[in-house]
Design a protein around this ligand. Structure first.
Ligand code: 0O2
Length: 265
């Protein structure tokens, strides 16, 4: 019968999932040293990128008497989250596959004061000659349908080991305080959780509405700041180096070319 078929299928799915979970743990045990070594490379890459942002913040504080960065959070992806992604994307259980196909094992979240600061910092980072841009997703110019806003960059950075140089990928998420508080709340309330359809729809509508309000707030704060800097402040807004680098064109990413209007020649 239909129900029995569905139950059987579900049972099979659960067994497969728990087996894969055991399989993953075995894999970690078997590859303990190489796996931990790989994870330590990601930690090193995080330190490198984090330092770059701290240096930029310091420089802006000295030169323009203001800090574009409110805070920085970083993390190496948890086993659980890694396993979910391996399953979702059907990635082979090898260190090489993880390194090649999972781009957000190392993640840095940079919380900025104003929306312009996001692009300013992204520009500054991408202009550095040891940083290679792999992918860019601009969820600020193109918010997700649920209202999620952030600028996501996947960059590759070299780390220098005792006798080797390795290029390591890091995901950088840049957002304003308002975008961050919305995303954190949304994550807690809904993201990846299974709610009944009716409740989910209501919550989603409300969250989308909140996202729009918070985007409006960001836009107004940005205007206030521009007004302040226009009025004879010695650290004029227009004096700030808001140049956008010529980013490499990557046709496989439909969101490319959206990093600031002044990027277009
Ligand atoms: P965690 O726990 O944050 O590390 P991909 O990474 O390419 O497989 P996707 O969804 O195409 O998957 O990547 P994308 O769009 O760049 O988003 C990846 C990360 O952005 C997520 O990480 C979240 O941190 C954040 N994010 C994306 N969409 C949303 C959203 O709608 N709400 C919230 N709160 N956060 C979002 P992970 O992978 O979920 O894991």
């Amino acid at each position: 019968m239909y129900i029995n078929g569905v139950l059987e299928q579900r049972k099979d799915q659960l067994i497969r999932q728990s087996l894969l979970s055991d399989e993953f743990l075995d894999f970690v045990k078997r590859n303990n040293i190489p796996f931990e070594t790989l994870i330590s490379y990601y930690r090193c890459a995080i330190m490198e990128v984090e330092t770059k942002f701290k240096v930029l913040n310091e420089q802006y504080a000295l030169r323009y008497d203001r800090n574009p960065i409110e805070s920085i959070k970083s993390r190496v992806k948890s086993y659980d989250s890694l396993l979910k992604k391996i399953r979702k994307k059907n990635i082979p259980l090898t260190l090489e596959a993880i390194e090649e196909q999972i781009w957000d094992v190392a993640g840095i979240r940079v919380i900025c004061s104003f929306q312009d600061d996001i692009y300013l910092l992204a520009d500054c980072l991408l202009q550095q000659d040891d940083i290679k841009l792999i992918e860019i997703k601009d969820y600020i110019k193109n918010p997700k349908p649920n209202g999620y806003r952030s600028l996501h960059l996947i960059v590759e950075i070299p780390i220098f080991l005792q006798d080797e140089k390795r290029n390591v990928k890091v995901e950088v998420q840049l957002r304003t305080i308002a975008m961050d508080s919305w995303a954190s709340l949304e994550h807690k309330l809904k993201y990846k959780k299974n709610l009944p359809a009716e409740q989910l729809e209501k919550i989603s509508d409300e969250l989308k509405h909140c996202a729009d309000i918070s985007a409006e707030l960001d836009a107004r704060m940005q205007t206030v700041r521009m007004d302040i800097y226009k009025d004879g402040n010695p650290t004029k807004y227009e004096d700030m180096p808001l140049k956008v680098p010529n980013l490499p064109v990557m046709p496989q990413n439909p969101l490319m070319g959206l990093l600031g209007d002044n990027q277009k020649n």
